[in-house]
Design a protein. Structure first.
Length: 255
């Protein structure tokens, strides 16, 4: 083909047939353009295949991260739901607590032990951070899925911020009161260390429950636990919604 075009070009020049020469040049340009388009098409197909492989790997990695997050969130929710129910029960009986026996108050205080536990949520964010740092977010072709990803991981920032505020409250308010006003050896898991200790308790729990400062701590803990439940329930809802979408996308690709 190239030899034919070259012969036509030479003959056209020698014969001063510029119309044929123009057609030759136009033909060469068309051939070059067709060659470029074919090369671009091949390159584009290769990129699409590579991005498709990347996408499925990212989706599977996101799903694994979510599986771990969902387990962690559920565990945290169970603990806080238990604490919230204990706090609610205390508030319903608070006016009558001063008339309870020390044994009854000890049982109640054991149920409130979680008010001093700090919240540490470790997000499995490695895949999301990797896809952001590499600008590979474009390989995910489902726009709705991308929105769900950003909604979930943005909410996790709220979860972490809320946990830090809650932990500050525990460190600055709850723990100092507990260590200063309570005899920790009366608490169940600590009492095991004092199995042969015959000393009498110097502080009465009835005095603690009559202390307005302790009541304020319970009120603050209840409010923070309630907001904690709301934020974590939303995190669980977003995580489950995202997990389902990922599952549908992965299954569709494997069909």
């Amino acid at each position: 083909m190239a030899k034919i075009f070259r012969t036509v070009r030479i003959n056209s020049i020698f014969n001063k047939n510029f119309n044929k020469y123009f057609l030759y040049v136009l033909g060469e340009i068309v051939l070059i353009v067709i060659g470029i388009l074919i090369a671009l098409k091949i390159n584009n197909n290769n990129m699409l295949q590579e991005n498709s492989k990347k996408e499925i790997l990212y989706l599977q990695s996101f799903q694994e991260d979510l599986r771990k997050d969902i387990g962690t969130i559920r565990t945290q929710l169970e603990m806080k739901e238990y604490l919230f129910s204990e706090l609610e029960a205390v508030f319903l009986e608070f006016p009558d607590l001063q008339n309870r026996s020390e044994a009854e108050l000890l049982e109640i205080s054991n149920g409130l032990a979680l008010i001093s536990s700090q919240n540490i949520f470790v997000c499995n964010c490695s895949t999301f951070e990797a896809i952001q740092n590499s600008s590979d977010i474009q390989v995910i072709t489902d726009f709705t899925l991308v929105q769900l990803l950003f909604n979930y991981y943005t909410h996790l920032n709220i979860v972490v911020s809320h946990d830090e505020l809650s932990n500050q409250y525990i460190r600055n308010t709850v723990e100092p009161y507990i260590y200063d006003k309570l005899e920790l050896r009366s608490i169940d898991f600590v009492a095991e260390w004092y199995e042969n200790d015959n000393r009498k308790f110097e502080k009465k729990l009835s005095d603690v429950f009559a202390d307005y400062e302790f009541e304020n701590i319970l009120i603050g803990s209840r409010d923070r636990t309630e907001s904690y439940l709301f934020i974590y329930k939303k995190a669980l809802m977003l995580a489950q919604e995202l997990y389902v979408r990922l599952d549908e996308k992965i299954n569709a690709r494997n069909e």
